[in-house]
Design a protein around this ligand. Structure first.
Ligand code: PXP
Length: 237
């Protein structure tokens, strides 16, 4: 069993396709909450391609659950987080040309900068999660930053789902989550999860919350967002 964080970025993607105000990501967040979402996740990218600054402030104001702000570890984003004060910040790597977050953070390479911003955010009462690959050295480095949580990148497992590599990718996630638990770090997971591939992930040691976006918005086109969220909530609870 895991909690469900609903990522509403792609509601904003559809809105921005026409440059207007609809569909409204805040309304989507409220529908998600009414249908079992335990938290709302939104990624404020440097290029503002989907979620915009005003969305983050409006979400913080309007939602009744927890806001998880995904962002790069930059001074600009840390300033915004300190102003908005979400429940949690998830630090992610970001490259302008990528279609979506492609890999986990290299915590080792940026250890001092991540540790410093983790402290600044925590001092403001914000929990900090690091989005990393299922890699022992990155888990070890994450512990050194004193972050509260790790979010494991499930993309490689999702891509291997249904192939001969599925079990090996799942085993990597299991080992890394076990290591995180042994170090006293809580575990989130996300990226690429859908109704077919989500259930084996529920066995991850220490699992607290799954962050799921694209598959829910995809399903919502056919069934509506409420039923799409409810169906996922029922699957993971
Ligand atoms: N977690 C993180 C850190 C992400 O960057 C994303 C994608 O924005 C997700 C979870 C959700 O991934 P998906 O949209 O594939 O469900």
């Amino acid at each position: 069993m895991a909690l469900l964080g609903v990522n509403i970025d792609h509601v904003a993607t559809v809105r921005n396709a026409r440059g207007g105000s609809l569909p409204d990501p805040v309304q989507a967040a409220l529908v998600a909450e009414a249908n079992g979402a335990d938290g709302i996740t939104a990624h404020l990218r440097e290029d503002r391609r989907h979620i915009k600054d005003a969305d983050i402030y409006a979400l913080k104001e309007c939602i009744a659950t927890r806001l998880n702000l995904e962002m790069a570890n930059t001074d600009e984003m840390v300033s915004i987080a300190l102003a908005v004060k979400p429940y949690m910040v998830t630090l992610v790597p970001e490259r302008r040309q990528e279609l979506t977050t492609e890999g986990g953070l290299d915590v080792i390479a940026q250890l001092a900068a991540i540790r410093e911003n983790t402290r600044r955010l925590q001092a403001a009462g914000i929990q900090v999660s690091l989005f990393i690959d299922a890699d022992a050295v990155q888990v070890e480095a994450s512990k050194a930053t004193e972050a509260d949580l790790i979010e494991f990148h499930t993309g490689p497992y999702c891509e291997a789902f249904g192939s001969p590599h599925q079990q090996a990718k799942l085993a990597l996630l299991m080992q890394a989550a076990e290591q995180a638990v042994a170090l006293g770090i809580e575990v989130n997971a996300g990226h690429g999860l859908n109704y077919e591939n989500v259930q084996p992930i529920l066995a991850l040691p220490g699992l607290w919350e799954l962050n799921i976006g694209h598959s829910l918005v995809t399903e919502a086109i056919f069934t509506g967002l409420g039923p799409a969220v409810r169906r996922m909530k029922d699957l993971i609870t």
